[in-house]
Ligand binder design. Structure first.
Ligand SMILES: C[S@@+](CC[C@H](N)C(=O)[O-])C[C@H]1O[C@@H](n2cnc3c(N)ncnc32)[C@H](O)[C@@H]1O
Length: 396
């Protein structure tokens, strides 16, 4: 479902997704120079747009046309959110909540975005990290309930020689938080090159702050960890879309996902788990993904082999109030191929929620935004609700 403005008046109605041509990609800034000029110059007239101030995010200007444009997919109360993205640090309407029945809307707060991603907001309450950086870090993260379901499923089927974990491209630690749910598992290191994420990782987290290395993973000395690591996990970025063809460019070391087998080959973890965007599993990128998997099965610098399996999981199925599909690549060292399959079977069996349009005897419908945000106090400030008269530009 998505939001559309009705032909006349201020009524909002919901359209089935299939009736819209909403792009899946990132959103650009919603405020152009024309809107700014109109607002700033019309000092004696009621402005058709509302002006908000925030010391970090800056001025927020809305025109009714932008506010109600269905293609921007704002969030609605009675569904889970769409996928949270790091671009929510800018101004997409996607980062807004529309109360269709009341004809009002407002921007989501950082705390609310954290809740939508399955975190306690306090995870991101880190002195010195800007609002923008917090939203970026939240948008990148694996929701902890999903991370927990995967890691606990691995734990049920694998006997660890070492209950130790190393996280690469750790972001703000969503996936790493799952390893902490495995009994006795301790992190040996969390490697991340973006300073604000490192600040978040070091602030009151379940691992020692000293274990966070703010460094490019390609410069890290993984050889020192060889043979000591139970779990190697992380969210290495990839650029399959920017790589035309499947020849020289695919294993460019700047593309960390394609380079990851070298790290696996050096560290030789018992298990690895890597997360990526669902587009990696699309028809267009199938050859790329297949090549990554083949390299992970037999890392060149190592004599060990891995049973590898990729699966797409949706965080909403695990009680997170957000439809967020992600690809997970799981490898288990010197294990039969069936083990990785069985792990994902077990993860799926742990799903607690379902798409409300699908029947399932033991699962609840997906958690909605009303379920998690409805009872919270009104945020006030410039994130306060705008009512329908403002939305329609008819402010008295
Ligand atoms: C998708 S996010 C990971 C999110 C993380 N799995 C979580 O759950 O919070 C990818 C992270 O990789 C980091 N990154 C990208 N290239 C890197 C590199 N070469 N070395 C270290 N970190 C890198 C980015 O800064 C970003 O924070």
């Amino acid at each position: 479902m998505t939001l559309e403005r009705a032909n006349v008046g201020r009524q909002l109605r919901l359209l089935p997704e299939a009736e819209t041509q909403t792009p899946q990609g990132e959103y650009s800034l919603l405020f152009d120079d024309q809107h700014r000029t109109t607002s700033n110059s019309a000092s004696s007239q009621p402005s058709p747009v509302e002006v908000f101030e925030d010391e970090v995010l800056g001025e927020l200007l809305w025109s009714p046309a932008v506010a109600l444009d269905p293609k921007h997919r704002p969030q609605t109360w009675d569904r889970p959110a769409g996928t949270v993205r790091r671009s929510w640090c800018k101004y997409p309407q996607e980062a807004h909540l529309v109360d269709v029945a009341a004809g009002r809307y407002r921007r989501l707060t950082v705390d609310e975005i954290a809740l939508i991603q399955g975190f306690e907001p306090s995870w991101f309450e880190v002195p010195g990290v800007s609002t923008r950086s917090r939203i970026k870090a939240i948008g990148d993260a694996v929701p902890p309930p999903l991370a927990r379901a995967i890691l606990q499923s691995i734990d049920k089927l694998w006997s660890w020689n070492h209950r130790t974990a190393v996280e690469i491209c750790a972001g703000s630690g969503g996936l790493a938080s799952g390893a902490c749910e495995v009994q006795g598992m301790e992190h040996l290191g969390l490697i991340e090159m973006w300073e604000p994420a490192c600040q978040i990782l070091r602030h009151s987290k379940p691992w020692p702050a000293d274990w966070v290395a703010c460094i490019d993973a390609r410069a890290y000395d993984f050889a020192s960890l060889r043979g000591q690591v139970g779990l190697l996990s992380g969210g290495p970025p990839c650029q399959p879309w920017s790589l035309a063809g499947h020849h020289k460019g695919v294993f460019d070391p700047r593309d960390l996902l394609a380079y990851i087998h070298e790290i696996v080959g050096v560290v030789e973890p018992e298990v690895f788990l890597f997360e990526n965007v669902p587009g990696l599993a699309s028809e267009q990128n199938r050859d790329y993904l297949q090549a990554v998997i083949e390299r992970l099965r037999c890392p060149t610098t190592s004599n060990v082999g891995y049973s590898v399996m990729a699966a797409i999981l949706n965080a909403a199925d695990f009680g997170v109030p957000q439809v967020r599909r992600r690809v997970f690549l799981l490898g288990v060292r010197d294990a039969p191929a069936s083990l990785a399959y069985r792990v994902f079977d077990r993860v799926y069996a742990r799903a607690t929620h379902r798409d409300p349009t699908h029947a399932h005897p033991h699962r609840q419908p997906w958690v909605t935004l009303r379920d998690v945000l409805g009872s919270r106090p009104d945020p006030g400030g410039w994130r306060r609700w705008l009512d329908s008269s403002l939305v329609a530009g008819n402010r008295p």
